[in-house]
Design a protein around this ligand. Sequence first.
Ligand SMILES: Nc1nc2c(ncn2[C@@H]2O[C@H](COP(=O)(O)OP(=O)(O)OP(=O)(O)O)[C@@H](O)[C@H]2O)c(=O)[nH]1
Ligand SMILES: [Mg+2]
Length: 239
Amino acid sequence: MENSNSYISVILPCFNERENILALVVAVDNALIRFKREIIVVDDNSPDGTYQALVEKSFPNVVPILRTHDKGFANSIRCGIEKSKGNIVIVMDSDFNHKPEYLPFMVDNISYYDCVSGSRYLYGGVMENPVRFQLSWLFNIFVRLMTGGKITDSLYGFFAIKREVLVSVDFNKVFWGYGDYCIRLFYYLQKKNIGVLQFPAINGKRIAGEGNSRLFKVFRQYFTEVIKLAYSIRIKKDV
Ligand SMILES: Nc1nc2c(ncn2[C@@H]2O[C@H](COP(=O)(O)OP(=O)(O)OP(=O)(O)O)[C@@H](O)[C@H]2O)c(=O)[nH]1
Ligand SMILES: [Mg+2]
């Protein structure tokens, strides 16, 4: 079990999540009640007033960050990580797709591994939308064929990691775009032979609002990024 000296930083990137974020920060805070913790919410100036809703409530362990330029999902996660103080960093979505119930398990197991990562593609893991579930499954196979490695779900983006391990990766090679950042992060982490515990994750239901991702656009972007990564591995011998 993780000892009581652990300081957990949960990074929650969000855009237009006013209806989810208040309930989520409470759920995350309760799930991690045993630990010293901070919950960093990185909002890209959502028009629905997500940031303002958080500021009004001023929860004790929550640090709201308002970004007004360089918008984007991966940029927000980087910003949250750089502003965080914990020796353990957790990244998750702000809409309940990543279940807060898994957090204690993740923190308890980070004592034994450098990283603990959710996967929809281990036995027991699942996602409600069958089309997206199958497409992501195929795409994860494509990622492994092109870049190697053993991560069964490098698109999920729900993981806990020791800060010292995370900062050993060059952030400039990882943090841009959307969920493709996670493919690059796991590629560079695996190159360093870090120990990753994968656990089967049931994808949670978005409680309110609509997602920001457009399926076709996102897959096209991911495809291009995987080809670029594979090119840099093979031709430029980038490790
Ligand atoms: N800061 C920031 N957060 C973002 C941005 N785009 C999406 N997010 C957040 O990133 C998380 C994942 O985005 P979603 O839109 O839920 O993507 P998804 O899970 O593929 O889509 P759904 O299945 O519809 O929920 C959510 O918490 C969003 O609020 C962005 O440009 N900036
Ligand atoms: Mg979502």
